[in-house]
Design a protein around this ligand. Sequence first.
Ligand code: NAD
Ligand code: 0WE
Length: 264
Amino acid sequence: MGLLTGKRAVIVGVASKHSIAYAIAAAFHREGAEIALTYQGEKLAERVKKMGDDWNVDLCLPCDAGSDDDIASVFQQIGAQWGHIDILIHSVGFAPAEELDGDYLSVTTREGFKIAHDISAYSFVAMAKAARPFMQERQGAMLTLTYHGSQQTLPNYNVMGLAKASLEASVRYIAGSVGAEGIRVNSISAGPIRTLAASGIKNFRKMLKRNAERAPLKRNITADEVANTAVFLCSDMASGITAQNLYVDGGFNTCAMNLTEMEE
Ligand code: NAD
Ligand code: 0WE
């Protein structure tokens, strides 16, 4: 029997086969979960529906993370069809491209700040609110994806670092809101992975190389490793874990410098 057999999971954030949410959906399917998918806009509809076929998905709906109407209607539809929801996966992040290229203080704008926080942080609150009525008293789990740029600075991550810091704090506050209803809320802080969200980021290759060199595991991590961690955190095996951020980064976040760098 799979670790998620009998569980119903809404997965938000599949855009391509490289998406972390794609790896999570595949792992959840393998572990016996029933899956509903949402996608950003009609441009992605056909592609995401086709991917859903592999996992026998019949609920595959458009949902703009910036629209309360979309979010309300999508969770109403899924809730009505299924009667309940066990798991919510939020794998969404966005800031205008210009905000992620150059000196933080020079490129950050009020509008870019607002968009980054709205789509990358508030949308988890909005989706948690909408899913909550369908997740009562059933060992539910909510999970979001974050990045270490929330804790330490690095070039170009800029306002996304602030949005992720907000998202991580929100995990703790949402966990406090819904804990008494048997719902757990956590985040995974993933190391850098080549996905659409990473394409177009300047020097991403160099970042991957540096990460692999410094990480105790001496390599980068894969979306499948993030997905297996998501399986654990959303399964009843993790029944005592809530309000946590779990790093899946090969240990990179714990290392300030290593012997190789010292000898360079
Ligand atoms: P991705 O591009 O495959 O996924 C990002 C998703 O966000 C896409 O599905 C996109 O459609 C969705 N999205 C953006 N704006 C949206 C909106 N307005 N409405 C609805 N959906 C919207 O890239 P990914 O790397 O799989 O990113 C998923 C999550 O993982 C993000 O939160 C990202 O910050 C996080 N993360 C990524 C990495 C990495 O290196 N790739 C590392 C750590 C954390
Ligand atoms: O969270 C992210 C990516 C977030 C992201 C990416 C884009 C690119 C396209 C948000 N908004 C946009 N907007 C676009 O127009 N990651 C953790 C991946 C990532 O992005 C970086 C990184 C890493 C790692 C940007 C700079 C430095 C490192």
